[in-house]
Design a protein around this ligand. Structure first.
Ligand code: LLP
Length: 427
């Protein structure tokens, strides 16, 4: 978060409030989200893509009603991928026409709800879904704008991409074998669907725009095929999300303006050589907007030095509030934030309180050797895919999300309580 500062006493402040005070008031573990930083990131994406492009925030990264209001106020659109995300968006007042509805297995109920609400676009993911959405739209007397999600054969990794001949994953309709062209043919033949564009999402935590360039090249190849066969020039292409953030100092993310420039250039170039009008571009960043805006605050509980190995530092949360280390071998950093320390660095592993050894929050980190139970430590860059992927494993109570702005802090998602847990258990 941009408004985090450290005083001479080593105590960190966020948005002008000391973390020790935040811990007293809101308890630990808790996620603290810097609202000004969130809004600034929204604005910089909106600016970079203004005019001929649209930004859809990917709600899966983190969604709450406050977040929906901020997005609305900052002029962003929103990508939802479940009935739950859809109702959160609508309930918080996001105009339905600014929503995109994604997913590889949307239920008929979810589709109907989305169409009735008037969502701006549904991204079709399979041949069966084309028929399903068309049928429901027809029943409701709606001509629903849709995009077709295609798999372009680009598999994006952190620092590179590998072009694969066949995509072996569940999303989208392959370009290979003319399948995506066949999907377009079918959609164009259905009165209740209005084909507005092609969608591609190549992966996550990507730093290099070259994967997007290959994707744009192939998507525009399909636009050309569609134009040649049907005489229709589709007005949009959506290049998905996946822009990386700095989890540790080893990561070097690109600014939205750099990304926008690169995407505009490649799309313009490809369209010129295909003789197509340049379509409107959309992107769907989730992590790049919310990821850096929050950190998780934990209290140290026990400290276990293992001779010749490392010191295990146990905190009051763990894989239930951040599954990413266990699931993706993700890298995080950690800092002592409740006081200053001159003690020597000690090789540490920050672990949670869950009943398995893979319950690791930070794999390798240096913490001061005088670390003691009761110290507060912060793990930055936990705004994306931490609260949204949090679980109740071991009947953990999911932590709150606290928004900090202008020297004031307020809960936007409250801490789960024992009553919440017991309420669902109808025994
Ligand atoms: N658009 C589509 C169609 C997506 O599937 C995703 C992410 C995004 C946009 C947003 O991607 P972002 O900009 O946030 O990277 N849970 C994982 C990542 C899975 C993301 C799935 N789709 C994680 O914690 O890293």
């Amino acid at each position: 978060a941009r408004t985090v500062a450290r005083g001479d006493d080593g105590v960190v402040t966020v948005g002008g409030i000391e973390v020790t005070r935040l811990a007293e008031e809101f308890g630990t573990p808790a996620y603290f989200l810097d609202e000004a930083d969130f809004r600034a990131r929204c604005r910089s994406w909106a600016d970079a893509f203004s005019g001929d492009a649209d930004v859809f925030y990917a709600g899966k990264a983190f969604l709450s009603k406050a977040v929906v209001r901020w997005l609305h106020e900052e002029g962003l659109n929103l990508d939802v991928c479940s009935g739950g995300e859809l109702i959160t968006a609508l309930d918080a007042g996001m105009p339905a026409e600014r929503l995109a509805f994604h997913g590889n297995n949307k239920s008929p109920e979810e589709i109907e709800r989305a169409i009735r609400a008037g969502v701006g676009r549904i991204v079709l993911d399979s041949f069966q879904e084309i028929v399903r959405v068309a049928h429901i739209a027809r029943g409701l007397g709606v001509r629903q704008p849709v995009l077709i999600r295609v798999t372009v054969g680009v598999e994006a990794h952190t620092h590179e991409f590998i072009a694969t001949a066949h995509e072996d994953q569940k999303f989208g309709i392959p370009l290979a074998g003319g399948q995506a062209a066949e999907a377009a043919r079918r959609v164009l033949g259905l009165d209740s669907l209005e084909l507005i564009g092609i969608h591609s999402h190549i992966g996550s935590q990507i730093f290099d725009t070259s994967g997007f360039e290959v994707a744009a090249h192939r998507v525009i190849g399909l636009l050309k095929e569609i134009r040649d066969e049907h005489g229709v020039e589709l007005p949009e292409i959506d290049l998905g999300g996946g822009l990386g953030i700095a989890y540790t100092s080893a990561d070097d993310p690109r600014e939205p303006h750099h990304i926008a420039k690169a995407l505009r250039e490649i799309v313009t170039r490809e369209c010129e050589s295909a003789g197509l009008r340049v379509p409107r571009i959309s992107v769907e960043p989730g992590r790049a907007i919310v990821g850096p805006t929050a950190f998780t605050l934990y209290e140290v509980g026990t400290i276990k030095p293992l001779e010749g190995l490392r010191t295990y530092v146990s905190v009051d949360g763990g894989m239930s509030d951040n599954i990413r280390t266990a699931l993706y071998d993700a890298e995080y950093s950690v800092t002592l934030v409740s006081r200053a320390s001159d003690a020597a660095p000690m090789l540490s592993r920050v672990v949670g309180k869950h009943c398995e050894s893979g319950d690791i929050v930070v794999k390798d980190a240096f913490l001061p050797a005088d670390l003691a139970p009761g110290d507060l430590i912060a793990v930055p860059a936990t705004g994306a895919y931490c609260r949204s992927m949090a679980s109740n494993y071991n009947h953990a109570l999911r932590p709150p999300v606290v928004a900090v702005a202008d020297g004031a802090a307020r809960v936007i998602v409250r801490r789960e309580t024992e009553e919440d847990l017991l309420r669902l258990d109808v025994g």
